[in-house]
Design a protein around this ligand. Sequence first.
Ligand SMILES: C[S@@+](CC[C@H](N)C(=O)[O-])C[C@H]1O[C@@H](n2cnc3c(N)ncnc32)[C@H](O)[C@@H]1O
Length: 450
Amino acid sequence: MKLQEWLENGGAEGLKWLQLENFPDTGRGVKTLRPLKFNDIVLTIPGSFLWTVDAAFDDPVLGPTISSIKPPLSVEDTLAVFLLFIKSRKEGYEGKRAHVKLLPTSYTTSVFFNNEELEICSGSSLYHLTKQLKQQIKDDYLQLLNNLFSRHPDLFPLDQFTQNDYMWALCTIWSRGMDFQLPGKQFRCVAPFADMLNHSPDVQLCHIYDPQSGSLQILAGKDYTIGEQVFINYGPVPNNRLLRLYGFVLPNNLYDSYDLVLTTHSLAPLYTQKVALLESAGLQVNATFPLKLSDPLPLDVLRYLRIQRLSSSEIFTIEAKRGARNIVSARNEAEVLKALIEACESLLAGFGIPLEKLEANIASGVYQKGDNVWAAAHVSVGEQRILKMALQKTRELLALVICAQCGKANEDNKRCGRCRRVVYCGTDCQKSHYKEHKVICKAYATDEQQ
Ligand SMILES: C[S@@+](CC[C@H](N)C(=O)[O-])C[C@H]1O[C@@H](n2cnc3c(N)ncnc32)[C@H](O)[C@@H]1O
């Protein structure tokens, strides 16, 4: 049975106007055989066709075994096992097996990169996460093998439930799963045929799950002419995540980000008071802050560090109690900004290949477009660009806190009246610094006047 036939027989709508096709940049995707206007209904897949945890539990053969396992399987593992189970069946499940037959046989997500390919982005968050993920997949597989697969070889023939099969199934779920926030729970499904739609950041979010009817609907995220590829929008996903979960990157991705992790040691001075202040400011003590192209130095990073570095006399100030939205003291601010500069510099130094070299290699075609090394290079470029922007911004802020000549962080340091980009603790320092400062001062003063 063909996938489309199975779906149409069960009430799916819109398929007669859609066709699978290979496109040069995105690979296989879906083209429309009719013009579409923004928000037209393109495709409706009834709930009975969706791969979900409930569908796995309701399966008369698989359900009783996987729903009774302790500890319960995660959503991802349930779906991965469901997928491999259907793939391994020789009969029955005609429609679902037709869907599985159409799935890619291999993936380019970063867990499949060899060491050489991964090294291209060493230092990036993707590099560390991918290494962790590879280990986690091994551990999770062993647990599944011991607790499930080896106990029910009739349901899970071991030659079709290898670690590689498990990795394939996980990547299938990561790259094709759709997530929806329903009241009180997160819902994940894979929708046959709708999972053939590729991503474009240039269309509106247009995949909808209707909890009432249980069906999945795709709307037109823009106007389309006949023969055009129809896209959905996977969301504002940065390249490090795109490569980890979907196996591709978008050059110059507007949503690129660097995940800055901040933690405070429990032996740090005034730890308990600082944790209380962080919590009342809505911040966690072990926190991850996405630095984005649009906001490379979010206020929350400064708030966290201001609280982390409060002295015993500053901890009771009104500003600290208000969540450190503004400078607490010149001393505190200087310490925060210097620490941040050091952190950004050391993170940048940790990248195996510096930004400029990667950019040159991409521009000159050293990495073949679309290859794993090319994709890894884009991730590293994206993260390094953001860290450099964060570094630049932090340096600019520090120049407004410490005297440009002597480095003192006084409350009453005054800005240079001309460029307003540096501060001085007094006229002596301003005069002594003028020779060094004048070129920049003039440039900025001219900039301001333009
Ligand atoms: C939901 S599936 C879409 C259908 C898929 N192309 C296929 O042939 O099965 C997601 C996968 O499609 C590919 N993909 C989606 N959007 C893409 C894009 N804009 N550029 C390159 N590959 C894309 C990636 O391999 C991704 O993991």
